[in-house]
Design a protein around this ligand. Structure first.
Ligand code: C5P
Length: 223
């Protein structure tokens, strides 16, 4: 086995995907945004009124969901049954429901299976919450990212603004992040926790270039 998997986990809106994309681009690896998968499933559940407490309905719905990534310039573009949903999955109504959906055992089981398949024979950088602990516990390089919650909310707020959103306030974004961090760290199924061998990266005061340099320094010995 000579492919390399880099796992990046951490709290919501810590810049995981920004770093993961930059790393993938620099190294020529494939970037996989595992959060986008949970978001797309959530969007499908919302659209089809799937009752999350009905296991049979959840399992059946998952059979009707096909997710695909399309790498364009290392931006992650995801399709849900052929439809481009990359922007819609970032909207607040999805963010508000994703933690509940992603805590579901059947949902996680299916997503983890698909994620493991993607990392089987390819060089990838995958970001999420349980990549270093559950999806690829054997990954040779793991990062655990964190940053000041206020900074994180401001970053996500700006990102939403940039995408033309003007209905969500900074306070709502802050509350949503706090809620998701709490839900993600306290859930029963593979909660967000730092893997023992994950390198902590607090980027509160780091530029994107500095984070990339920090990560590359750790990758180089493995290449
Ligand atoms: O990374 P992002 O913030 O887009 O992820 C959205 C949500 O998906 C997270 O709040 C978390 O509930 C869930 N998630 C997860 N496991 C992953 C990636 C995301 O449970 N590996």
């Amino acid at each position: 086995k000579n492919n390399l998997v880099i796992a990046i986990d951490g709290y919501s809106s810590c810049g995981k995907s920004t770093l993961a994309k930059a790393l993938a681009k620099k190294l020529g690896f494939i970037y996989v945004d595992s959060g986008a998968m949970y978001r797309a499933v959530t969007l499908y559940f919302l659209r089809n009124n799937i009752n999350i407490s009905n296991d049979e309905q959840v399992a059946d719905a998952l059979k009707h969901i096909e997710l695909n990534f399309h790498s364009r310039d290392y931006e992650s573009h995801i399709t849900l049954n052929g439809e481009e949903v990359s922007d819609e999955i970032r909207l607040m109504h999805v963010s508000e429901n994703v933690s509940e959906v992603s805590a579901h055992k059947i949902v996680r089981h299916e997503m983890v299976k698909q994620q493991q398949r993607m990392g089987k024979s390819k060089n990838i950088v995958m970001d999420g919450r349980d990549i270093g602990t559950t999806v690829f516990p054997e990954a040779p390089l793991k990062f655990f990212m964190t940053a000041d919650p206020k900074i994180r909310a401001e970053r996500r707020f700006k990102e939403l603004e940039h995408k033309g959103n003007n209905s969500t306030t900074l306070e709502e974004v802050f509350e949503n992040l706090a809620h998701r961090d709490y839900a993600d760290t306290t859930r029963k199924e593979s909660p967000l926790v730092r893997a023992d061998d994950a390198i902590i990266l607090d980027n509160t005061d780091l530029t994107q270039d500095e984070q990339l340099a920090f990560a590359l320094e750790r990758v180089e010995p493995l290449l």
